[in-house]
Structures are given as structure tokens and as C-alpha cells.
Design a protein around this ligand. Structure first.
Ligand code: TMP
Length: 226
């Protein structure tokens, strides 16, 4: 008990973290890779020190977990999958995210806990309360400052995935699974419009990126006056 308290207090003392934690999420096929590259480039042009990372797989340990999670040929039950996502996240926070935020850097993460709510709770139908417990355990009070959700109709997302690449364990799921994942993202985003911005990616690239740029500029301007 004492150990947990001490661990949380030292690692997750939010008052000493003045960086900015930005996450990008959404159903597979929503166009994350393209927009990540755009955001990274945009922030660098504004001379912002940004650490780009991803889940699962943002650390050495995480890379092994990612391989298990995405490519395992043996069965992975929904509870094991959820716990492995949080094992990856615990290491990621400890090794990379918290140190970077403590050094006033921006952290841009390709997926974070919203993906667990969407895929493991929405998709696999694990109780949301169980994921909330893990979130509180692993993250303490730490939540992203801003989450951009890339949204697209599931039929289009699936078409894109299937035409582009070899499918991983998640991408092989059916349309119902992805409908639940999408609905979870949208529900979460609607409950907290301050933190979440939804971007419709079923539009031309220049329009999508103009919207993302506006969101980022607003944050940058706010931070420069405060
Ligand atoms: P991606 O990095 O190519 O998007 O692939 C990661 C996959 O892992 C994607 O299908 C979503 C899934 N995932 C979860 O199911 N739960 C999680 O918590 C995270 C971070 C990812």
C-alpha cells in the first residue's frame, strides 16, 4: 500500500509536469499515420520540442508486447489482451511519457487509453468499470491534455485496411466489432468536448489538415499567453 502511494506520488505529481500530452486515436483505417506525420511536422515548424511515440510499442518492452498483441498465433483472451495493453502503458508512462512531460516537452502518442476503452470495452465488451480501475491504477490522475479522434464510417475504414496491408489480429475483426469501436470513441468524445476533438477524415486531405492545424494553433496560442 505504502509502496503504491509513494510510487504514484513521485511519478505522477502533475504539478511538476508542464509539458503537453497530445494523443491521436480512432478506428483502424481512419488515416492515423498520415495525420501523425502532419502533426509532427506542424509542431516542429513551430519550434515545439515534441516526442513522438505510440501504443502499444513505445518502449523496448512495449515492442515485444506489441508483437504479441498484434501477431500472436496463439489465443489471447480479452482479459489478457486488456492487461497487456496496460502493461505496455505502465512501462511507456514510466520510461518515456512522464520524463518527457516533466522536461516541458510535448508528447504526441499514436493511441493511448481511449483505444482500450474503444477496442477492449467497445469491441471486446469488457466492462468499462474494469478499464477505469486499470486507468486509475496505472495513470494516477494523468490524462491527455488533448485527444484528436479521427473518425470515418466503418465500411470505408475496412475497405482502406483491406486494400493496403497484411492484416493484424485486430484488423481481421468484422464490421460489428469496428462499429462498436467507433461508437465508443464517439461516445467518449461527446462526453468531454473540451478534451476531445473529432475530425471527420472522409474529406479531402487539405480540409482535414486545415482543421487539425486550427486545433493545434489554438492550443499553442493559449499556452503562449498563460
Ligand atoms: P496501430 O498502431 O497500427 O493502430 O495498431 C494497434 C492496434 O492495437 C489497433 O488495432 C488498435 C489496438 N489497440 C487496442 O486494441 N487497445 C489499445 O489500448 C491500444 C493502444 C491499441
Amino acid at each position: 500500500m505504502c509502496y503504491t502511494f509513494a510510487l504514484h506520488k513521485s511519478l505522477y505529481d502533475l504539478t511538476i509536469m508542464s509539458g503537453f500530452f497530445l494523443t491521436l486515436d480512432g478506428v483502424d483505417g481512419a488515416g492515423k499515420s498520415t495525420q501523425l506525420a502532419f502533426i509532427q511536422d506542424f509542431l516542429q515548424q513551430k519550434h515545439i520540442d515534441v516526442v513522438c511515440t505510440r501504443e502499444p510499442g513505445g518502449t523496448q518492452l512495449g515492442k515485444s508486447l506489441r508483437d504479441l498483441l498484434l501477431n500472436s498465433q496463439s489465443q489471447v483472451c480479452a482479459d489478457a489482451e486488456t492487461l497487456l495493453m496496460f502493461a505496455d502503458r505502465a512501462q511507456h508512462l514510466h520510461e518515456l511519457i512522464i520524463p518527457a512531460l516533466s522536461q516541458n516537452k510535448w508528447v504526441l502518442s499514436d493511441r493511448f487509453t481511449d483505444a482500450t476503452f474503444a477496442y477492449q470495452s467497445g469491441g471486446r465488451q469488457i466492462a468499462k468499470e474494469k478499464i477505469e480501475q486499470l486507468e486509475n491504477w496505472v495513470q494516477g490522475d494523468l490524462r491527455p491534455d488533448l485527444t484528436i479522434i479521427l473518425d470515418i464510417p466503418v465500411e470505408i475504414a475496412i475497405e482502406r485496411i483491406r486494400s493496403n496491408r497484411n492484416l493484424d489480429r485486430f484488423e481481421k475483426e468484422g464490421i460489428d466489432f469496428f462499429e462498436r469501436v467507433r461508437e465508443s470513441y464517439l461516445n467518449r468524445a461527446h462526453t468531454n468536448p473540451e478534451r476531445y476533438k473529432i475530425i471527420d477524415t472522409n474529406r479531402t486531405l487539405s480540409i482535414i489538415q486545415n482543421d487539425i492545424a486550427q486545433i493545434l494553433l489554438e492550443v499553442i496560442n493559449q499556452r503562449s499567453v498563460s
